[in-house]
Design a protein around this ligand. Structure first.
Ligand SMILES: [Zn+2]
Ligand SMILES: [Zn+2]
Length: 719
């Protein structure tokens, strides 16, 4: 969201700068205005299908972005550099060669408009969307071929043979990342799906993207055979994709336990335009028949109520499907309850086990959640000032215990943070705990400090989460005080390391007392450590093993764990997203097919404007690295004569006000390039070629002068 925001701001800053005079040499209000319009339409206009075209034969040429109110085509070549390798244009299937130069006439004419007008969203509309900070109903889902996937594309062209008597397991997400978990299981004429999560964007790989969801092309092509979706638990990496995916795969019924059911229903409320999901609430111990597939459920321990595993019956034995799981234990000894749950597998014929790999790197057993809860209870009891507890909203079970402790010691609890509040509504709805002690944040000043607990999101240093706002002194109701105690009941997710360092710096500056998991056992992960995973392996007498839920290296480590306890190497398959795993020859062999089902990244981008999304992403990366440089020249369409000195607009590149020499040279060069071009090319002006020439030369020049490669956009106004 954060990045999406700044993407929008890029447009608005062009506007702002015009007022403050930062735009150098913006002598003509007219052209500055037209650029403003352009920058708006950049992010919000949806071009008609023909509007985005590629200059035939010119490697690295950008598609033209047609403008809003004036018919000015702005297209420019990529800087002739590593960036111009054309990598961003691999989704060329949707990019057509530009065949007619007429389509790019840049005659200045207020009445002509290349953009399909009804589809242009106004900037206010965009703003409103951003203000809501929710996935837009109009969010466009785009299938993007990311650079890293290119080598895998050959798989797409090979037809996938029918499953026959084999059993197919196809992870569609979650096995090359932590997030967007989704797996299809195909037996005979039936397909069932386990989970449909999303992944939060990677600000470096996919700047501005809201979410990444699994690629469901294979299921879409076979949607008449998709019988059901099973949800293992209500975390977003398992349910977040549902609103984007469900209708594409034929709206199959969703089987989920209670807590997950409400999570799915709540998520779907944000999407009133799509059909209501057919949610079937099931128990932790139930048998469901989906098509001809029989599925049994069993409860497992995680961090959210109602997590479950599946036992999928097949003609050759059972698939025991477990995603996120921990093993409740006391000092490394599984509790009786756990022992009882896993006893069910003792005499079963288990064909395949799948299992969470998230914490396989951590040795031994994780700290028992009971100990964590006891330690937090003690802190709640012994703290005689305001206590602020930062934790993950997904730690629902711990949050329930914190509320119980507060109740026990007669303290009041304020809940801050959207995701925390959402989960609390579900808790209230299900009456999982007495919520009398919960008070609104507006009450915060009316409660004696020693009676106040604030339960907040943002322990990972998330920029807009409650804790960060408090630390930054811009929370509306809560200011940190020296006398406060801040308890961070979470560990650091490795990718968030610097954000947490930053948060801690700010918290320590406030003078408050800070307690973290390094000081005391106040956090345990919901994903079993290596010892717990091994224990699960030992409880389930399986033949084949497929590790799930983690980056490739985690899956590999998990495979090694399985080998170390006697699973033959040939019986283990480490999947990638899109891998087709088949259990063949009447359940005696497991293998990964050469081909994959389509697995290119699918992005949800509230601002998506084209089907060539990777071009948009590449531009965003380029802009973030070296900014933008726009040259606007007004030409006589007949003679090609420059009407006036070219305008130059730039953002994030160099500070133009202090780069007068560069500006002067750039203007001079523009004039020279265009005049030279005209001198050499008699007859009607080919604006396209001219723009390309100008863009190429300008990129080279700027690289020479500044060692930077901004996105150069030449704009030729025909008058
Ligand atoms: Zn989970
Ligand atoms: Zn998960």
């Amino acid at each position: 969201m954060n990045n999406t925001n700044s993407n929008y701001n890029a447009g608005s800053s062009a506007r702002g700068a015009n007022n403050t005079g930062r735009t150098s040499n913006n002598r003509s209000g007219g052209s500055a205005f037209s650029f403003r319009k352009r920058s708006d339409s950049f992010s919000s206009a949806r071009p008609s299908s023909g509007a985005f075209r590629r200059t035939s034969g010119s490697i690295g040429a950008r598609p033209s972005h047609t403008t809003g109110s004036r018919s000015v085509n702005t297209s420019g070549p990529r800087p002739s550099s590593a960036h111009s390798s054309g990598s961003g244009y691999r989704s060329g299937s949707s990019v057509q060669a530009r065949t007619s130069s007429r389509s790019t006439t840049t005659r200045f004419s207020p009445t002509r408009n290349h953009v399909a007008a009804p589809q242009v969203k106004s900037s206010t509309e965009v703003k409103r969307k951003m203000a809501k900070r929710q996935p837009s109903l109009r969010s466009t889902i785009r299938q993007t071929r990311m650079n890293k996937d290119v080598g895998k594309m050959k798989s797409k062209n090979i037809p996938i043979p029918p499953v026959g008597d084999n059993i197919r397991i196809i992870p569609l997400g979650g096995v090359e990342e932590i997030g967007k978990n989704m797996t299809a299981i195909e037996i005979g004429n039936d397909i069932i799906v386990v989970d449909a999560g999303f992944q939060f964007k990677d600000p470096n790989e996919t700047p501005g993207i809201d979410y990444i969801i699994p690629n469901t092309t294979y299921l879409e092509e076979n949607k008449d055979r998709v019988r059901a979706v099973f949800i293992t638990h209500g975390h977003l990496d398992h349910i977040g994709g549902i609103p984007y995916i469900l209708s594409k795969i034929g709206n199959p019924p969703i089987y989920t336990r209670q807590f997950g059911a409400i999570m799915v229903a709540k998520k779907s409320e944000e999407f009133p335009h799509i059909p209501k999901p057919d949610i079937k609430i099931i128990d932790g111990n139930e048998t469901i028949i989906a098509g001809n597939i029989r599925v049994e459920t069993f409860p497992i321990s995680h961090t959210i109520p109602d997590a479950m595993g599946l036992i999928i019956n097949t003609p050759y034995g059972d698939i025991v499907f477990i995603e996120d799981v921990r093993v409740d234990n006391i000092d490394g000894i599984p509790t009786d309850e756990e022992v009882k749950q896993y006893k069910r597998f003792k005499d079963r014929n288990v064909l395949l086990l799948t299992l969470d790999s998230t914490s396989v790197e951590k040795t031994g057993y994780s700290i028992s959640e009971n100990i964590v809860v006891k330690n937090i209870d003690k802190i709640i009891k012994d703290t005689h000032s305001r206590l602020i507890i930062g934790t993950f909203a997904s730690q629902v079970e711990r949050i329930l215990e914190i509320i119980k402790s507060a109740e026990r010691y007669g303290k009041k609890v304020v809940i801050e943070g959207r995701s925390m509040k959402t989960n609390m509504e579900i808790v209230k709805h299900l009456k999982l705990v007495d919520t009398k002690c919960i008070v609104p944040v507006t009450e915060v000043e009316n409660i004696p400090p020693d009676k106040l607990i604030m339960l907040v999101t943002g322990a990972q240093g998330e920029e807009f989460a409650a804790l960060m706002r408090m630390a930054n002194k811009n929370h509306k109701y809560i200011q940190l005080r020296k006398t406060d105690t801040v308890l961070l009941s979470s560990s650091i997710i490795p990718t968030n390391h610097m954000a947490v360092v930053n948060l801690k710096d700010r918290l320590f500056r406030s003078g408050a007392k800070i307690i973290t998991y390094l000081d005391s056992d106040v956090h345990a992960s919901g994903h079993g450590n290596r010892g717990e995973l091994q224990w699960i392996h030992e409880q389930i007498p399986y033949k084949f093993f497929v590790p799930l839920h983690g980056y490739h290296y985690l899956l590999k480590l998990h495979a090694e764990l399985a080998e170390s306890i006697g699973t033959p190497t040939d019986n283990i398959v480490i999947p990638d997203n899109g891998s087709i795993i088949e259990i063949r020859e009447k359940g005696t062999k497991i293998e990964k097919l050469e081909m994959k089902v389509p697995h290119e990244i699918v992005t949800v981008d509230g601002f998506a404007v084209s089907e060539i999304q990777n071009v948009v992403l590449d531009d965003r990366k380029l802009l973030s690295e070296a900014g933008i440089f726009v040259v606007v020249a007004s030409l006589n369409t007949r003679t090609g004569q420059l009407k006036k000195s070219p305008d130059i607009i730039s953002r994030g590149f160099v500070y133009l006000r202090e780069s007068q020499d560069l500006l002067r040279k750039s203007r001079f060069l523009t004039k020279k390039i265009l005049e030279d071009y005209m001198a050499k090319n008699q007859g009607p002006v080919d604006f396209d070629k001219m723009k390309k020439k100008l863009g190429d030369e300008m990129s080279k020049f700027l690289l020479q002068e500044t060692a930077k490669q901004p996105l150069v956009i030449p704009v030729l106004l025909g008058v």
